[in-house]
Design a protein around this ligand. Sequence first.
Ligand SMILES: N[C@@H](CCC(=O)N[C@@H](CS)C(=O)NCC(=O)O)C(=O)O
Length: 213
Amino acid sequence: MIELYYFPGNANLAPHILLEELGVPHRLVLVDRGVAAHKSAAYLELNPHGRLPTLVDGDLILFETAAICLHLADTHLAAHLAPALGSAERAHFYKWLIYLTNTVQAELLIYFYPEKWSVDPAEAGRLKQRAEARVADMFDHIEASLAAHGGAFLLGETYSAVDPYLFMLSRWTRLMTRPARVRPVLGRYLAGLAERPALQRAFAAEGIAAPFY
Ligand SMILES: N[C@@H](CCC(=O)N[C@@H](CS)C(=O)NCC(=O)O)C(=O)O
């Protein structure tokens, strides 16, 4: 059975929601960051970076959230979590997935862990502020893209693996001065996703109560 190593609300959320959308039997394995279990010898054997999530699918051990999402889409083609290979929609799907993981998520990591970028507390505080402003700009851009096509999902009319990813990153902004949800189109988009039973099951399984974003 597929195993997803997780800590509530961490980057495991996106693949977790996908597993629920797919209805694939899976086992959640808690990696308790409260006791630094993500840096334990046993976990480092699975994920040498000591980060979450990790997916174990038979002999396959995978780190990197976006890679895990792509693997789930590829191994469940009938669920259409990604547009057809070679299509323009597929290219946009790649664009968004990579933008979310490589640009937005990377900047969010500076917001959450500025002390990793500067040991000077004052400088770390400034980095956090700057990262928040830059993330806000990115969500403005996402708002404009959603507004331009007017669809219920990031790719337009069809749900895909980039939607739980964007939901997860939006959730991570919920304590910012201008969280993702305050943008009208993005706010409606998030509200729509939050109504999906699969998303609600994933949050319940991770022990996270509403508000989700
Ligand atoms: N790009 C990686 C980032 C993973 C990551 O940084 N996860 C955070 C939790 S959301 C983590 O494990 N942080 C602990 C640490 O960096 O020590 C991915 O998406 O899998």
